[in-house]
Structures are given as C-alpha cells and as structure tokens.
Design a protein. Sequence first.
Length: 149
Amino acid sequence: MLNHIVIMGRLVRDPELRYTQSNTPVTSFTLAVDRDFGKTDSGDKQTDFIDCVAWRSTAEYINKYFTKGRMAVVSGRLQLREWVDKNENKRRNAEIVVDNIYFGDSRRDGENHPASSQSASGGFDFGPGRSADTPSPFEELEDDGELPF
C-alpha cells in the first residue's frame, strides 16, 4: 500500500513548536496551496489550507528556518485523526505528517537557512558559523587530466 503526498504552498503563519511530555519536539503549521484548476467566477484561484505536523529534528528545523509567507515543498503521508469534542460530537481532521520539507522559494535578503548559497552581497555564504578562513571538511582533488573510467 502507498500513502505518500507532496504539496507546495506558503505558510499561513509561523510554525508552532511544542514538546510532548516525553520531551519530543513537534511542530504544526498550515500551508496555503493553490489549485491548478477551478478558478472562481471572479477569476481568483481556489486555495486549500492543509494542516501539517512534523516531529523530532524535522520539527526543530522547520521552526528554525521557516516563517509565515515562506514557500515550502512538503512530502509525507496523509493521516486522519478522529476525536470527540467537549460537546460529545465526533470530529475528524486530515493532516500531513511531514517526512521532508524543502524551500520552495529563493532566499530572501536578511534571512538565514542552512543551505550554502549566494549571499545578497554577491559573495559566497559558507553557512552558519563558517567563514572563508574556516577549514572545509572536504578536500580539493587534484585533476591529473585522466578520467577514472
């Protein structure tokens, strides 16, 4: 059986990081996802608001680097939750349990995220806590002109 979903949209609000009683990080957020079809009579696109939840290091990563308005690509699985509210009514909610999340837009000026990229000034950004003087964990290979295959 297969339960895999990939969506792309903008965060409706800043992610909300919480911790369970066993101190496990969990964050929840909502993505606004435009439909590819079904424009309204006024010409506006229809939008779905999809709840997402992430656990452990993924939750901490999302809370640290994603903010309201940021475009995100989320992959994970669809989960349905059922509960009884305070009025004894059965309730049901669908949400995506996030396995992976990616930036769906380019880095904005003044924002930080872990991927090394071109900085706003045009120089290379070596990531958090690194500079050109910090030794790289990767070694430069010398090219002898011969291909290994």
